[in-house]
Ligand binder design. Sequence first.
Ligand code: PLP
Length: 384
Amino acid sequence: MEKTVSKQKKVTYTNSCITPIYQNAAYFFENTEQVIKYHEDEVSLGRYGRYDNPNWLEFESKMAALDNYESALMFSSGMNAIVTTVCSFIEQNDLLIYTGKCYRNIRKFFNQVLPKWGVKTIPIDPTDSDDFLQKYHSKAKILFVEMPSNPHLYLMDLAKIKSEISPNTLLIVDSTLSTPCNFQPQRFGADLTIHSCSKYIGGHGDTLGGSVAGSRELIEQIRNYRNIMGGIADPHTTFLLNRSLDTLEIRMRHFNEAGMKIAKYLQEQPLVKKVFYTGLESHPHSSLAKKYLTGHGGVVSFELDASQEVTSEFVDALQVPFMGTNFGSSHAMVEQCSVFTYYHLSPAEKQEIGITDSLVRLSIGYENSDLAIEDIDKALKKIK
Ligand code: PLP
């Protein structure tokens, strides 16, 4: 085949309202001068699908704006965003401090994987600010805060923490459970903000993704590691995530309203012992919530005044939510934490992170909240 055939002019419109899906592995250059300009960042062109994609560029610039930073990067999942980000900065013999009551696989990465590589990791209790002060060491390279935490929605006094830590400690916040609509960690001193985009940001239960946002300088260091580790999002997923961002604010408004209504209802039920929802005065961090959050989202965790078996009867009786482990999606999901996500933990480990036998995590969907309440009501009546 003649060389000119494969290099024929591309026919494109550039005025589509929606960015088309760039399902593409490689990009061509007109000549060597253009290649040099690419290396010097003087032209906006792609080189290879692990480094460049216009769908990512769109998503990343929207996420940077939402999170209030200069720059952002996207990844194939939230876990990939976390692992790649931490690996970009951590070295052997470094110290990393993290909120121990956090998503299970983040904890595993910190307490199982990093120590194998000679990194010292220390969990702190987000319910106890003295614990942070006792365990913080000015030599810490990274302080990783999940806020609000999964599943109890614990918060920390981020601005106070920022004023106490060394300027050399990188403050990274995973704020998946709030989204930028309800909380912007940058405003309180976070150097980097991470989201699992598989949750509220995707919002339809059909995509996995992750993001990190920060200063241009930090993001360029992480980009180098993303290029090496290759945890990139595929173009179609990125297209869907871009579409989802258009409706994020409207969807979060629904979650904030419905979440509050359901949490208030639950609080009134005699069979419900405790409700973990930052919008309620009874949440241990409700005063921090007033300082940091503008909304409380669609995850409501609660403990029943019941045994593990009776709690299982309750979740089995629910008709509206799927039984499963996701949140921020179009359909409601419910899990009894001790027999679902935390099934393999020993009783001592469960106790350490506050996973009781009767703890239920309900993630609201886009259904009418009255319907969800009616469903819970019927399930509670069954176990009375
Ligand atoms: N961060 C938080 C707070 C999470 O709850 C999760 C997953 O549940 C993750 C990160 C990981 O995200 P992903 O499932 O997209 O890897």
